[in-house]
Every structure is written in structure tokens, then in C-alpha cells.
Write a protein that binds this ligand. Structure first.
Ligand SMILES: Nc1nc2c(c(=O)[nH]1)N[C@H]1C(S)=C(S)[C@@H](COP(=O)(O)OP(=O)(O)OC[C@H]3O[C@@H](n4cnc5c(N)ncnc54)[C@H](O)[C@@H]3O)O[C@H]1N2
Ligand code: MOO
Ligand SMILES: [Mg+2]
Length: 396
């Protein structure tokens, strides 16, 4: 058995050859940018009117001044020119500022009667209510560097510079493999001795939160059939996620079958609860995560080992988050204890409340938890008010 942090570091050191792929920008949320995004023109591209009103030359305004309205500059029209500096033009938000004007007075601050506009102000600053050309970025500037983790704002920005498809770090080909003869598909009615295969859907859901889609298969507790299936799966996928069949049972064939097919076993057994029998190994071109079958074990190990590996391989930095324990916990075993918790924010502090449960087979209470805090193995008592590393599967 190795300690949790050693297992995490060892796993992170096994990269898959990510490479890059091109996706439509609307599909790029949560992906990591693999090219710099440059401004194709100034931002804004012209002096942009920001309020509906009248455009004037600021130096022309004074007490009792009024302006003949020469016309209207609407958004989407080419720039017009105010012919006489003492005149004005009505302008709409998003329009180009007419030539001859340097500011905008909103309708709320002007009376217009019979084609004559009379501002109720006596002075105005140049470029008031104008979003100046190039004030946000100049043509050719780097707007988003390689490595940016994309969100909707970035997608809007890319669209604004004319990019419809973008180069991002490629996602691995992933398969989720449930093992066990007791499992039936979720849409069928189990016999009394059977259960529904809930871990596959749970893992597919956890992957979806990372933006990863995956195939899934159900494998029986049969050595020969496992050999045949795994021999193919290991070549078709870059990441194989298993649930079950990694413990000490007579039918827990997975570790030995994978090794017989050439998997290098890197980890089998981690000093933690839940998830002690966790398995990690590598083939030439793929990695294997063997999550222990109990649902809490599967989900905790996914977040403790797969998520950090995935993020590291995508180039996504993740800073650790801590939460404060709000009751004293004793766990006198030399294991990291991943304690299921609910998380709340109190006075800007993250507070973790333990979720009572009956162990790693208790899916009911697993579903009520927001995540877990990891209590280190060196101690047996963890005081109320102490902070420990927090991992969540629900956005906090
Ligand atoms: N003698 C020992 N027995 C066990 C040990 C041990 O160290 N010595 N470890 C225990 C721990 S800890 C865990 S966790 C489990 C892990 O077992 P496996 O990974 O071999 O998983 P299975 O035996 O196949 O199943 C365990 C449990 O999980 C349920 N399961 C499995 N797959 C699914 C699924 N897709 N959906 C829902 N539930 C699933 C399965 O029915 C079992 O109840 O071993 C302990 N035993
Ligand atoms: O990994 Mo197990 O969940 O401690 O029963
Ligand atoms: Mg077992």
C-alpha cells in the first residue's frame, strides 16, 4: 500500500499523448486552448456610441446652447459626418460616432423639439459616452494565450474576432468498464440477488463534468471473457476506467488479467479509506484506473486520482482548497480518511459537515454529500475548527 499523495504524484507522472484537435467554438467551453487568439482588428473597431442620444463636438457646448439635428446615425450604418460643428446628430448605442463629433449626450439629458436639440448640461467631457476605438485591445494583440481554460466569455471573444473553430488540447478516448455478474442494466428489473449497474452512469456523469464523453461496457466475472474483451479495449482506448474486481475475492480477476495482457502494475493498494484496493497501471499507449466497486470508493477514487491526472494532462492548474471541520473526528488507523461532507460558506470560510453513512456501499448518503475532506494518516484525531483538503463533486 502506498500513501495517497505518493499515488497521486505517481499517477500524474504518466501522461497520455494529448496532441490537439479543432472544435467549433460553441463546443469549446471547459477545453484548454492550444493556439494563441489574436485581435484581427482594434477592439472596439471604431469609436462606439454607448448611449442613445445626440453626438456633438464637446467644445461647442455652453450655457443655453442648442444644436440643429442633421440626421440619425444608427448602429450598422457607415460613419456619417456632421457638416456644421454647431450641429448635432442623433446616435444610437452601437453606432459609429459620426465624424465631427467627439461625445454623446444621452436623450435623458437633452430636449429635442422641432429638430432642435437643447442639452440640459452646460458642459461635457470629450469622449463622454464613447467606447474609444482600440481602447480594449489593438489589432494583432494576443487576447487569449495558449493554455487558457475556456469559458463562455472567451467563446464570445473568439467569435468577435472571427474564429469559428479553435484548436484545443485533445481529450483522451475513455471507456468505462463495469465488472460483476450481479449487475443488470439500469432500465431492467433486478432479480432479488442482482443490483443495477449504477457505477457506470455515475462515472459517465463524473466524466461529463470534466467535459469528457466516454463509451461504456459491462464485463462479466469470467477470466477468459475478460481476457478477450480487455485485449481489445486496451488498444481502442487511452484511458480505461474500471469499477469493481480489484479486491481479494475469488472472482476479482481484473488485476491478474490486465497484467497477463501486458499492463505494468504501478499501484495496487493505497493507504486510504475508502478505496484501499485501488489499482493503477499502464499499457504502452493507455492508462488503467481500477476503482474499487463500492460506489463511494469508485467516486472518491475518481476524484482523488483520475481528476488530478486528467487536469495535469490537459495543462489545467488546480489549486488545493481547504475546508474547516465543524465536528471532531477520530479515525485511529494509519490511512488517509476521505470523509464525506457537506460544504457551506460561513463568513467567507468553507465549513465541512460530515455526512453520516454506513460505509462505501451506501449510495444513498453518498448522493447527499458534496464531496470529501481528506484527513491525513499520521494522526487519529481531527479537531473541530481544523482545516483539511477538500474535494467536491458539486460546484460550491
Ligand atoms: N477480504 C477482503 N475483502 C474486501 C477487501 C479487502 O481488503 N479484503 N476490500 C473491501 C473494499 S475496501 C472494497 S471497496 C471492496 C472492493 O471490491 P472490488 O473492487 O473487488 O469490487 P467488487 O467485489 O466487484 O464489488 C464490491 C461491491 O461493489 C458493488 N459494485 C460493483 N460494481 C458496481 C456497479 N457497477 N454498480 C453498483 N455497484 C457495484 C458490488 O455489487 C459489491 O457490493 O472489496 C471489499 N472486500
Ligand atoms: O474501498 Mo472500500 O470502499 O473501503 O469498502
Ligand atoms: Mg471484490
Amino acid at each position: 500500500m502506498i500513501p495517497v499523495t505518493q499515488a497521486q504524484n505517481l499517477i500524474k507522472s504518466h501522461s497520455f499523448k494529448a496532441g490537439v484537435e479543432t472544435v467549433p467554438i460553441a463546443m469549446a467551453s471547459g477545453r484548454v486552448l492550444a493556439e494563441d487568439i489574436l485581435a484581427d482588428r482594434d477592439a472596439p473597431p471604431f469609436d462606439r456610441v454607448t448611449m442613445d442620444g445626440i453626438a456633438i463636438r464637446s467644445s461647442e457646448l455652453g450655457p443655453g446652447k442648442s444644436f440643429l439635428v442633421e440626421g440619425i446615425q444608427a448602429a450598422g450604418q457607415p460613419q456619417q459626418t456632421i457638416q456644421d460643428p454647431a450641429h448635432c446628430m442623433e446616435v444610437m448605442t452601437g453606432a459609429v460616432l459620426p465624424a465631427g463629433a467627439d461625445c454623446v449626450i444621452p436623450y435623458e439629458q437633452v430636449e429635442i423639439d422641432n429638430g432642435i436639440a437643447s442639452p440640459i448640461l452646460e458642459e461635457v467631457l470629450p469622449f463622454a459616452n464613447v467606447h474609444r476605438q482600440g481602447s480594449d485591445a489593438g489589432r494583432g494583440d494576443t487576447l487569449l494565450p495558449v493554455g487558457t481554460l475556456l469559458h463562455a466569455g472567451h467563446i464570445g471573444l473568439m467569435a468577435s474576432v472571427g474564429i469559428s473553430k479553435v484548436c484545443v488540447v485533445r481529450l483522451p478516448r475513455v471507456v468505462v468498464c463495469a465488472t460483476g455478474d450481479e449487475l443488470v442494466p439500469i432500465d431492467s428489473t433486478p432479480q432479488p440477488h442482482q443490483i443495477r449497474n449504477s457505477n457506470s452512469s455515475m462515472l459517465l456523469g463524473a466524466l461529463q463534468s470534466l467535459g469528457v464523453s466516454a463509451d461504456s461496457v459491462h464485463l462479466p466475472d469470467d477470466r477468459d471473457l475478460l481476457v478477450d474483451s480487455l485485449d481489445q479495449l486496451k488498444d481502442r482506448y487511452e484511458v480505461l476506467l474500471f469499477s469493481g474486481s480489484v479486491s481479494k475475492g475469488r472472482f476479482d480477476y481484473l488485476p491478474e488479467v490486465l497484467q497477463s495482457l501486458g499492463m505494468e502494475r504501478k499501484i495496487h493498494g493505497v493507504a486510504q479509506r475508502p478505496g484501499k484496493p485501488f489499482l493503477f497501471g499502464t499499457f504502452q499507449d493507455s492508462v488503467v484506473f481500477g476503482f474499487p466497486g463500492n460506489p463511494a470508493s469508485t467516486l472518491v477514487c475518481f476524484h482523488a486520482f483520475f481528476t488530478p491526472w486528467f487536469r495535469a494532462n490537459q495543462g489545467i492548474e488546480q489549486s488545493p482548497v481547504e475546508a474547516e471541520l465543524n465536528s471532531t473526528i477520530t479515525f485511529p488507523k494509519p490511512l488517509t480518511y476521505h470523509l464525506l461532507v457537506n460544504v457551506s460558506k460561513e463568513n467567507n470560510r468553507m465549513v465541512a459537515t460530515p455526512v453520516q453513512n454506513s460505509g462505501s456501499g451506501d449510495l444513498i448518503h453518498l448522493a447527499l454529500a458534496d464531496g470529501f475532506i481528506s484527513l491525513p494518516p499520521e494522526r487519529g484525531r481531527f479537531e473541530k475548527g481544523e482545516s483539511f483538503q477538500l474535494t467536491v463533486w458539486r460546484p460550491i
